[in-house]
Design a binder for this molecule. Structure first.
Ligand code: SF4
Length: 409
């Protein structure tokens, strides 16, 4: 049987999909490269925004059109979302199956018993899932539950398999990775990083996005001890207005966030720092947005991921009447997008002329591209490179889309 998997949402979902692929491939399923070839579809869904849920239902209908006889399974966050379940009546042919029940449903062996396969050039290794922070706009704690960590032994085994298969960058992913605690009591995130550091392979390690809670200068100093960790941090701010941060139930101030980011830049000057901003939180007025703009302009962040507020049922923010119109929110998102572009451009320009390690992520007919440790996309006009392998590259120029051109040295 040929299976096609479609994944929406966060890096944790992509890591889960890689696990599903491994289990399928080890249980005599064939993996379809295109939806047209498949007779079983698995949609790993996301419920963080309305849009993600809508796209999930759209793809399910598309798969039904491609192969009306195929079985379509939906797993992931959406199946626990009340709104999604209500609307799923328009796709009655799809089965909703919790991620943990997929194994049994498809008669798959457990991942621990088999050799992991990785479908990305930089394997995502899930170390943790869940969150109990309850930010007022966020549905994740309702869907993924309390923080749960993967055993240190399992993580090390998966990383080792990826390294043996020749991958030279590993990305640790989780909903809240700094909350990592080995379930057997064998330490926290720093113990895990220390254990990974001791692995005797040539590779580098990247942390997926982190929350600012509990991160101090001491945390950064501890992280700096690592020789393998990428100089790239993605830390969510969400708003540059203290009033909105309070309404969001984010338990820090913009001043505390600013101090953290400045510390990182002082301690690791070549680091790249990205952040998330939500525009159009229902209590956000024009003056709050102006405050966010001022904060962002001042902060030494190098790029932003900008999200428009999406009301999620069962969260406190769902019931607040918005004070701004959709057109105002769209305009605000556009302004931030422009600032983000300019900040990223400055960051890339500062790196032109430098020699950096680039992990190859994509290979085309005449051009390959990859990522530096400080998160710059680099195009290399050379073929025959190995996906997932690391090369020393000199960055020679910048492109209009803020990627760089590089030469292997
Ligand atoms: S910290 Fe807040 S935004 Fe992040 S997953 Fe937890 S509740 Fe959601």
């Amino acid at each position: 049987m040929k299976v096609y998997i479609e994944t929406f949402g966060c890096k944790v979902n992509f890591a889960d999909s890689a696990d599903i692929l491994t289990m399928l491939a080890n249980n005599s399923y064939e993996i379809a490269k295109d939806p047209e070839e498949a007779d079983l579809y698995i949609v790993n869904s996301c419920s963080v925004t309305h849009r993600a849920e809508r796209e999930c239902r759209q793809i399910v209908r598309r798969f039904k059109n491609i192969n009306p006889k195929a079985e379509i399974l939906i797993t992931g966050c959406s199946i626990k979302s009340e709104e999604f379940r209500d609307r799923a009546s328009d796709i009655p042919f799809a089965k909703l199956i919790p991620f943990d029940d997929l194994l049994e449903y498809l008669a798959l062996h457990k991942l621990e018993d088999i050799k992991p396969k990785f479908n990305r050039s930089r394997p995502f290794i899930k170390i943790q899932t869940g969150c109990d922070r309850f930010c007022s706009y966020c549905i994740v704690p309702h869907l993924r539950g309390k923080p749960q960590s993967v055993g240190k032994g399992i993580i090390i085994h998966r990383i080792e398999e990826a390294l043996k298969q020749g991958f030279e960058e590993i990305v640790l992913v989780g909903t809240h990775i700094m909350l990592y605690k080995d379930p057997e009591g064998n330490g926290d995130i720093f113990d895990l990083l220390q254990r990974i550091e001791e692995m005797n392979y040539r590779f580098r390690l990247r942390l997926s996005s982190i929350e600012p809670y509990g991160i101090t200068s001491d945390t950064i100093r501890l992280l700096m001890k690592s020789k393998k960790l990428c100089r790239h941090f993605h830390i969510a701010l969400q708003s540059g207005s203290n009033r909105i941060l309070r309404d969001m139930n984010r338990q820090y101030t913009k001043e505390e966030f600013e101090a953290l980011i400045s510390d990182i830049k002082t301690l690791i000057p070549q680091s790249t720092i990205g952040s998330d901003i939500i525009v159009g939180f229902p209590t956000e007025r024009e003056e709050d947005f102006e405050e966010t703009l001022e904060t962002i302009r001042r902060l030494p962040v190098d790029y932003l991921h900008i999200f428009r507020f999406s009301p999620r049922k069962n969260t406190p923010a769902y019931n607040i009447k918005p004070v701004s119109t959709p057109a105002e929110i769209k305009r605000r998102a556009g302004i931030l997008k422009k600032i983000s572009f300019e900040k990223r451009r400055d960051m890339v320009l500062r790196s032109i002329g430098r020699d950096m390690d680039v992990v190859i992520t994509d290979i085309d007919q005449s051009i390959s591209s990859g990522i530096t440790d400080n998160y710059i996309k680099v195009n290399i006009h050379k073929t025959g490179l190995k996906r997932g392998g690391m090369l020393r590259v000199r960055l020679i120029s910048i492109n209009p889309d803020n990627s760089a051109n590089g030469e292997i040295i």
